[in-house]
Design a protein around this ligand. Structure first.
Ligand SMILES: Cc1cc2nc3c(=O)[nH]c(=O)nc-3n(C[C@H](O)[C@H](O)[C@H](O)COP(=O)(O)OP(=O)(O)OC[C@H]3O[C@@H](n4cnc5c(N)ncnc54)[C@H](O)[C@@H]3O)c2cc1C
Length: 472
């Protein structure tokens, strides 16, 4: 980084065929692949030493650890396209059919297992039997949940009026008890929105529940990486980018962007200035704000008004297997979702569990010793096998800005892919995709930015890539 800046480098001399993508998270990698697949010469610049952004892996001794457990749903058609494109779909398979074990540890009679699963029936009957038998709600609550689900199906998530309301108040207005919110709506909503119902935009919540539970019978089937996330989002992504001819530069932080009188752009890094026809800025909202040239957005300050929300992962390595299921979720305990990461991490003996704690405002800054005292006894309540096992390792990963905060009103702060500066496009899970901050949102945003850039560069849109938009 100490070397003298190299002179400006132009790929094609302004033939409308080159682009620079800034940011190598899922949004940036997607945009780079989509542009390269359409014949554009692409340079991808990423500040860190790896691709994958917020969804990555690191080594801890012999263990390969994900910074946070990630799951996706069958309805995440863009992320599934991404997995296919990088030839990683087989490494992150979907359940054949939605089946979520829900253990309530707070019953007088001890632990009680319920399941959220689907039958091979049309919507909404596919969940009817599971809801009817769901032991964590009273009969009246189950009936009321069914009614609220049907009311939710009638909402239009794109209606801006919904974005100003909070989901919790809507649930209360639709007769949902505190227990129904805890044992059902928040069980799904906290993990997907990264906020409790009272803090979440009704528009985003309606989008999640309608798409996941009320669109297609299989929409909510869950998929997750059976390998470290880095195998997908870094190694395989890099391989796909290399094969597509993308020049990828890691450890390369972009410091400024500017547009010339002839309409071309200069992208500056500490070591190089690149001249290009189009720029896709696929970095988080704060970095976007800092890099945006004047006039590119009306009220760029709105980007700074998009809040963030934390996710904590608690990692526990036991000296023996304690959990027979690949994952479960819990009620009556601070533990939210528990995943078995043993095989994916490369652990040979014992079992490695990762607890994914969304909307973890209270825990995110707590010392490790405090979190250990809080979570190990809870795991013993939840998983009987943990009571007799020895803890070999305990550590946490903290992502303080894991997602944008899906608060009411956030919709009007999220910009689309196009800016007022010709040739400059925005991507990132936080942009206006209609989705909460997810891998799906990131990939969708990358596709939208590439699509807008291809239109402006006069390049054809590849049909297969954009198919998911037509299906939506
Ligand atoms: C712990 C955790 C758990 C999660 N769980 C789930 C889940 O279960 N399911 C799900 O779908 N989603 C989940 N998410 C959200 C998901 O990871 C993100 O929404 C998605 O990865 C965001 O991708 P992105 O490309 O928009 O942004 P980012 O991943 O933030 O990528 C932006 C990239 O830009 C780079 N950058 C920034 N500034 C510059 C610069 N000046 N120059 C060059 N590069 C720069 C950064 O280094 C980064 O790599 C989770 C996130 C976390 C943190």
């Amino acid at each position: 980084m100490s070397e003298a800046p190299r002179p400006a480098r132009a790929h094609t001399g302004g033939t409308g065929r080159d682009a620079v993508v800034v940011g190598g998270g899922l949004a940036g990698v997607t945009a780079a692949l989509a542009l390269a697949d359409a014949g554009v010469r692409v340079t991808l610049l990423e500040g860190r030493p790896r691709l994958g952004g917020l969804a990555f892996s690191f080594q801890r001794g012999d263990l390969t650890v994900d910074n946070g457990q990630h799951v996706y749903l069958r309805c995440c058609t863009a992320y599934r396209w991404f997995l296919d494109r990088i030839e990683g779909a087989a490494l992150a398979p979907l359940q054949n059919r939605l089946d979520v074990p829900v253990v309530d540890v707070d019953k007088p009679e001890g632990r009680r297992l319920g399941r959220l699963r689907r039958d091979p029936l049309p919507v909404p009957l596919h969940l009817g039997r599971s809801l009817a038998a769901y032991p964590h709600l009273s009969l009246a609550e189950r009936v009321s949940v069914g009614r609220a689900a049907l009311a939710l199906k009638g909402l239009d998530p794109a209606d801006p009026a919904l974005d100003d309301q909070d989901f919790g108040s809507w649930l209360a207005r639709h007769g949902q008890s505190a227990r129904a919110i805890e044992a059902l709506w928040d069980l799904v909503g906290v993990a997907t929105l990264n906020a409790v119902a009272g803090d979440a935009s009704l528009g985003l919540a309606a989008m999640v529940f309608r798409t996941g539970l009320l669109s297609e019978p299989g929409a909510a089937d869950i998929g997750w990486a059976h390998v470290p996330l880095g195998d997908l989002h870094d190694r395989l992504a890099r391989k796909a980018l290399d094969s597509a001819g993308v020049r990828t530069e890691l450890r390369t932080r972009v410091t400024s962007l500017s547009r010339h009188a002839d309409g071309r752009w200069s992208v500056r890094t500490p070591g190089e200035t690149i001249d290009t026809d189009a720029v896709v800025l696929a970095v988080p909202q704060r970095e976007t704000h800092d890099l945006l040239p004047a006039g590119a957005l009306d009220d760029p300050g709105r980007l700074l008004r998009i809040g963030t929300a934390p996710i904590l992962n608690v990692h526990v390595v036991y000296d023996r297997p304690v959990l027979a299921r690949p994952f479960l979720t819990a009620l009556g305990t601070p533990v939210q979702w528990v995943f078995d990461r043993t095989a994916a991490s490369g652990l040979r003996e014992g079992q490695y569990l990762a607890l994914s704690q969304s909307a973890a405002h209270d825990d995110i800054d707590a010392p490790v010793a405090h979190l250990r005292e809080r979570y190990l006894p809870e795991l013993e309540r939840l998983i009987p096998g943990a009571r007799t096992a020895r803890v070999r390792d305990f550590f946490v990963t903290r992502e303080r800005t894991a997602t944008f905060a899906p608060t009411p009103g956030v919709g009007r702060l999220r910009p689309g892919a196009r800016t007022k500066a010709p040739g400059l496009y925005l991507a990132g899970a936080w942009t206006a995709t209609g989705w909460p901050a997810t891998m799906e949102s990131a990939v969708r945003s990358g596709v939208s930015a590439a699509d807008a850039a291809l239109g402006a560069l006069g390049r054809p849109r590849p049909r297969r890539l954009f198919q998911f938009e037509e299906a939506a």
